[in-house]
Design a protein around this ligand. Structure first.
Ligand code: FMN
Length: 467
């Protein structure tokens, strides 16, 4: 099986050969080899510039440096594979590129390719094809590689594998126009990279949906994620300022609570944490505008505007608020929908955390009502929320810096904001309940948002306590 694949360095591995040393460098690691022999130099140049199989590379080293050095080269090259520096290819059809640390390329044994074993082959339900940067790529959150399809016929092979077929033989692939030997090599490549599964899934994996596992993998550290060598710059900061510009001129100024007095009269943190609970039934007397004003002020206002010093990412101004936020970028926005609130007309509003004002976007209408109705259905159809807080994210304030982990970070921010909502509502004797899902498309329509620029990512119901 060793000679099935040609080996080459990943494109971001640099090789500099000097008379007395060789320097190999990836974005994360570097390796210096002192006083290299000619065979080693030649083999590394082959890895950089051409593609030979492992036996061919060993032969190059053995011929120039001796048989013992050939064996050492084989052992050492496995360390490079584990570092994720080496691609395995079935040329000219496909290349497996490492994307994760502690890389594994598990060569299947020859037995696996007996006709009877082949019948147990199946494409992993986690494998998916997509276009990336002009290439057609097979990926899977269970795999530490991505496979670049160099020939469209490989997509045909993958399609056939995907149609679970208990009578799979090499002949099954006869009509895609790739020879039997290459088919066998491709199957070995897909197996070594865990795109093909043989055994039934174990029960811990069977609970996972593709999107959840992919999201999990993509939002944890990866081989490529730490490879950004340049500091990101917030180029669109004028488009995504610290607070969103007013969304309407129907402005409702809100009172500010006396925090000094509250600090003396509030319940203790322990009491707030211990008595916090989700409450979905409300008092006959609706929440009042002064309570909503105090709640928003205590949870989400801008406490301070400051400038980063030094400011290598060109963030410019930043804000301090009661809840924490990754990079202090504060991408979340709050849109209260007022169903019943004494002193405030029903309708959809946007909260401006710097001026501590509400800006009415629309009156109560059937579309707004649908959003509240959805929230009522999601909270066990008890009382209809008096106030529904819809939280959106302005993605552009975060994605320029946090790329792959950006969406995961937004969900974490929702979590800390929810807990702040819960504790402040408890201290204020209001009825809070977080809501797990809402209709983003509908909300974006009602609020006139481009869903890819800003969209709802969380909902929270609030009301007065039952007497
Ligand atoms: C992220 C999150 C999502 C939630 N989603 C809902 C929901 O959709 N509907 C609902 O009635 N309660 C929802 N809840 C409230 C939970 O049901 C509640 O916290 C849990 O039952 C524990 O009860 P407690 O909050 O009274 O301690 C959610 C809570 C959190 C933290």
């Amino acid at each position: 099986m060793n000679d099935f694949f040609t080996l080459s360095f990943r494109s971001n591995i640099t090789l500099s050969i000097e008379p007395e040393q060789i320097l190999l460098r990836s974005p994360q690691h570097s390796l210096t080899l002192e006083y290299p022999k000619p065979g080693l130099k030649t083999a590394l140049e082959h890895l950089k510039h051409s593609a030979l199989t492992m036996p061919q590379l060993i032969a190059v080293v053995a011929e120039l440096d001796g048989i013992d050095d050939g064996a050492i080269f084989e052992t050492e090259s496995h360390k490079l594979i584990k570092l994720g520096w080496i691609c395995h290819s079935v040329l000219p059809l496909a290349t497996a590129i490492p994307i994760a640390e502690n890389y594994q390329f598990n060569l299947p044994d020859v037995e696996t390719f007996h006709e009877t074993s082949l019948q147990r082959f199946a494409l992993s339900r986690f494998a998916f094809l997509h276009q990336d940067d002009g290439q057609f790529v097979l990926e899977s959150p269970l795999s530490k590689s991505k496979i670049v399809l160099l020939d469209w016929r490989v997509a045909g092979l993958i399609a056939k594998l995907g149609q679970s077929n208990s009578k799979l033989t090499i002949d099954t692939f006869g009509d895609i126009g790739i020879g039997a030997e290459s088919i066998q090599k491709l199957l070995a490549l897909l197996m070594a990279t865990e795109m093909i599964v043989i055994e039934p899934e174990d029960s811990t994996i069977s609970q996972w949906k593709l999107h959840n596992l992919l999201f999990h993998r993509q939002t944890r550290k990866k081989l490529d994620s730490s490879s950004k060598s340049t500091i990101p710059i917030f180029e669109e900061r004028d488009r995504y300022p610290i607070v969103k510009p007013p969304m309407s001129d129907r402005v409702i100024p809100l009172d500010k609570p006396d925090l000094v007095k509250l600090a003396q009269t509030d319940v203790s943190l322990t009491q707030a944490i211990e008595s916090r609970q989700s409450i979905r039934e409300y008092g006959d007397r609706a929440i009042a505008i002064s309570q909503l004003a105090e709640f928003l002020y205590r949870c989400a206002r801008v406490k301070e505007v400051y400038t980063h010093e030094p400011d290598p990412m060109c963030i410019g101004e930043a804000t301090k608020r009661p809840y924490p936020s990754g990079g202090a970028l504060y991408e979340l926005e709050i849109y209260p929908i007022i169903n019943q609130c004494t002193g405030l007309d029903s309708g959809l509003y946007h909260y401006q955390p710097l001026s501590h004002t509400l800006h009415q976007i629309s009156d109560w209408n059937p579309d707004v009502e649908t959003l509240v109705f959805d929230a009522w259905k999601s909270t066990g159809q008890q009382d209809i929320p008096q106030v529904l807080l819809i939280i959106t994210a302005r993605f552009g304030r975060l994605f320029w810096k946090y790329h792959d982990i950006g969406y995961g970070l937004i969900l974490k921010h929702i979590g800390v904001l929810y807990q702040t909502f819960y504790l402040v509502a408890t201290a204020m004797q209001l009825a809070p309940t977080a809501i797990g899902a809402g209709n983003s498309e509908q909300f974006c329509q009602v609020a006139h948002l481009n869903e890819y620029e800003e969209s709802s990512v969380g909902e929270f119901a609030l009301g007065s306590l039952k007497d």
